[in-house]
Design a protein around this ligand. Structure first.
Ligand code: EPS
Length: 387
């Protein structure tokens, strides 16, 4: 399974090709659009989200509501494109128009300067346009397809925001469905009303200050069978693969599983999860400090993974930068952006984690049709139960 995306934040559309989905998987635009709508929400977003109403169009690989096994093509239109037809024109433009909205004062923390130097672009808009987190729209769409596959096997994904701007959320042990319901009702996707209020106030303050806020998001995957991923080769370890996917999200800077970095401070006896044999004939762990992964393989316990998002680097009160034409000190360019996108990033992180779990699932159970995969899955589960 793999996917590629293309498209610019102010271009006509975002495009994705999804390869390796089995045939006979029920699929329409509806469950994809549900996820796209979730991604657009969240307190702290800027004006762009009022312009867009993201909706996926499926253009290949699906017929009569089911996948055919062919590559799936999908696009999401950028409604804002109408305001950018000259600046983002595919064809050459009239003389004098090519410098419109040129980016020549790179934003610290963004891809602007490195990309400009590397791709030899004197207009760093060519870097901004592609490095923008707008691209996460189609990644969420691809993740939504992966989720359809996982749901066929009872694997469910949810998330919650753990902190924003240093304000910690009080943890609650909620069943997955309850966690989904509560976080969906919160404008900052938290389970704690007290923290919610403080976070909203902090976002308002940051906005007033022309500043931005980052935070931590946790994703939980329930219902994974034991043995997704493998210990035998470095690039088959599922924690490594999930970590790469999480760090590939725009502005993500750190990742941890289970108790994560806290493991460095504890004795081994307080880190590892004891093994028990349950009454219903399953090997389980009495705790889940490992976050559902040992030896690069799923244990059958929920996968618990957290990602750190840095504050967005486009600042309305910009930091010091340099004008690439004059080489003189100048403040960085201001572009329309968000004060805080951590709640939306939770939906993005769910999507990329779902994709990696589905990819490992397909490697384990193979098959070109859903029926073939199900037979392989059931055969393996019988083997695990008889162990
Ligand atoms: C967007 C994410 C952010 C928004 C963007 C839409 O991307 P960036 O990484 O560039 O800050 O600011 O919208 C704009 C670029 C704009 O024109 O407002 C998203 O998640 O859709």
């Amino acid at each position: 399974m793999r996917y590629l995306t293309a498209g610019e934040t102010h271009g006509p559309q975002l495009t994705a090709i999804v390869e390796g989905m089995p045939s006979n998987l029920p699929l329409t635009a509806e469950p994809i659009n549900e996820q796209l709508e979730r991604r657009q929400k969240g307190y702290g977003r800027g004006k762009r989200m009022q312009i867009e109403k993201d909706a996926a169009q499926l253009l290949g690989g699906v017929r009569h509501g089911k996948t055919t096994g062919a590559p799936i093509a999908l696009v999401v239109e950028n409604k804002d494109w109408k305001a950018w037809t000259t600046v983002m024109s595919i064809e050459d433009v009239e003389e004098g128009s090519e410098g419109k909205r040129r980016l020549n004062r790179p934003r610290p923390g963004h891809a602007d300067l490195n990309g400009g130097l590397k791709y030899n672009q004197r207009d760093m808009r060519n870097i901004l346009e592609r490095s923008s987190a707008r691209e996460t729209t189609v990644r969420v769409a691809c993740g939504a397809i992966a989720r359809q596959l996982l749901e066929q096997f009872g694997i469910k994904v949810a998330s919650q925001v753990i902190s924003i701007g240093g304000i910690q959320v009080e943890r609650q042990e909620l069943p997955l469905e309850e966690l989904r319901r509560v976080t969906e009702e919160s404008p900052v996707r938290v389970v704690d009303k007290n923290a919610e209020e403080k976070i909203i106030a902090a976002i308002d303050q940051a906005k007033k200050d022309g500043d931005t806020l980052g935070g931590v998001v946790e994703v939980i995957v329930e219902g994974c069978p034991v043995g997704l991923g493998s210990h035998v080769q470095w690039d088959r370890k599922i924690d490594g693969r999930i970590a790469q996917a999480v760090l590939s999200i725009q502005a993500f800077k750190g990742v941890e599983f289970g108790i994560g970095f806290e493991a460095a401070n504890r004795n081994g006896s307080k880190v590892h999860d004891e093994i028990i044999y349950s009454e219903n004939g399953e090997f389980r762990r009495s705790t889940n400090r490992a976050g559902g992964i040992e030896g690069g393989m799923t244990t059958g316990m929920p996968i618990v993974v957290r990602g750190v998002m840095k504050p967005i680097s486009t600042l309305y009160k910009p930091l010091q930068s340099v004008d690439i034409d004059t080489k003189e000190a100048f403040t960085a360019q201001v572009e329309r952006s968000d004060t805080c996108a951590v709640p939306a990033a939770g939906v993005v992180m769910e999507s990329v984690v779902a994709w990696e779990v589905a990819r490992a699932f397909m490697e384990k159970f193979g098959g070109d049709s859903l029926e073939e995969i199900r037979a392989n899955y059931e055969n393996y589960m019988a083997q695990v139960r008889a162990y």
